[in-house]
Design a protein around this ligand. Sequence first.
Ligand code: BJW
Length: 237
Amino acid sequence: MTETRNIVILTGAGLSAESGLATFRGPDGLWEGHRVEDVCTPEALARDPVMVHRFYDARRAALPTVAPNAAHRAIARLDAEWAGELLIVTQNVDDLHERAGAKRMLHMHGELRSALCAECGARQGWEGPMGHRPDCANCAAPGGLRPDIVFFGEMPYEMERIEAALAEADLFVSIGTSGAVYPAAGFVQTARHHGSDTLELNLEPSAGSYFFAETRLGPATELVPAWVDEVLAGQRG
Ligand code: BJW
């Protein structure tokens, strides 16, 4: 078996569930009875900006009321202590990985604490509400700013960097994601194609569970710290 050196971790809403943030596709799904695929689109923003802004303003406002959980902290510990390459790719738009201390990470679906100019494409840090549709600080486009969120039909961020990391990975680990949304749902197959080992940590089997060499089922706050202990013990040899 290849020695594990390069790790890619993909995280989803299930990682933040035990911090009190709703997932998308459960019975208590985040979009309150709407299918996320119907409302999380550029067309929905154009059709009903008040509703879409209200939704993201409320989620941004909720961030200070939640805290990283044991799974976020374990991943941050792995980031600090793992001597090999590591890339944490989160689909989450919350800031709990960063607040736990993770550094080698990226947000492929955008961030609540960021605004995107629909005119010039500039991204800028954002706190507080955006429902009044502020002007862009970069190009001064009136009402140009929108939530910096990757909607359906839009290209996720940093795909080249992710694909490069997957091509070099010895171990791909997917945590707390349903495998319902592409391109993230296809990462396991890309990793396998390049010869990586694959592990899924989730409450229940994801849509692509059969692509993983191993699946462990349970809450992230139990599975992730145990897995990180295991990986770091292996590193110590
Ligand atoms: C626990 C737990 C606990 C619970 N412990 N686990 C037809 C076929 C294939 C693809 C397409 C198609 N038609 C269109 C597409 C493409 C489309 C797509 O995938 N659509 C699907 C509906 C089929 N994708 C896109 O449009 C993407 N862009 C794109 O493809 O661009 C073109 C491209 C081409 C080539 C290369 C690259 C790109 C953009 C997708 C944008 C997704 N945006 C959202 C919203 C973000 C903002 C927001 O937060 O509001 O991202 S949608 C939503 O889903 C959010 C999430 O990041 C994403 C994934 O959800 P996630 O994280 O998996 O959450 P859940 O709720 O689904 O699952 C939670 C899991 O946790 C469950 O499994 C639970 O069991 C588990 N869990 N508690 C451990 N305690």
